[in-house]
Design a protein around this ligand. Structure first.
Ligand code: PNS
Length: 164
């Protein structure tokens, strides 16, 4: 069985991520969306919420599951007996960081491979950070995140500014 892992912070999952999940799932028997637990910067959503949003968003895809990992990605890959990492590439600006990540992961686990999937044009400018920024200021995020993520974003920021 060919298993691939799509790792990320998913704080929160966006339609751009979902596009990569759907396309990655067509290439492998099983795709694991792996949510990183310990982010370097403070996440907006706790890991349980990030997992819940990802799980809700991929529920229509039978060969996709959602999991989480606390430390190094290569340790997680080994624990799942997986060798393939999927990452989305939006623009040339992503490439430098992504190449560094892929090269370091290969150094740490020589038999792993990273496969880059180019983002669909309409998602090329999308990121979780920019979506949070829009939602924080009361902008519309319907076109950027699944419906239930939108609801969670709105209620999170309503808690922060109850008068809005
Ligand atoms: O969604 P992101 O924040 O771009 O995802 C980054 C992620 C989670 C793929 C990357 O930070 C990661 O794999 N972190 C786990 C620690 C690790 O293995 N780092 C790379 C080798 S030093």
């Amino acid at each position: 069985m060919r298993t691939a892992v799509y790792p990320g912070s998913f704080d929160p999952i966006t339609l751009g991520h979902l596009d990569i999940v759907e396309r990655g799932a067509r290439l492998f028997d099983h795709l694991i969306v792996a949510v990183l637990v310990n982010l370097r910067k403070e996440p907006l959503f706790e890991v349980e919420e990030r997992i819940a949003m990802a799980t809700e968003s991929v529920s229509h895809l039978p060969n996709v599951s959602v999991d989480h990992f606390p430390g190094l990605l290569v340790h997680y890959l080994r624990s799942k007996q997986a060798r393939v990492i999927i990452r989305g590439l939006r623009a040339v600006s992503d490439f430098e960081t992504e190449l560094q990540l892929a090269s370091m992961n290969k150094e740490l686990m020589p038999d792993c491979e990273t496969i880059f999937i180019p983002t669909e044009h309409q998602f090329s400018y999308l990121s979780s950070s920019i979506v949070k920024e829009i939602a924080r200021h009361g902008g519309t995020v319907d076109r950027f995140v699944p419906e239930r993520v939108k609801t969670r974003l709105e209620s999170r920021y309503r808690e922060e500014s109850p008068g809005r």
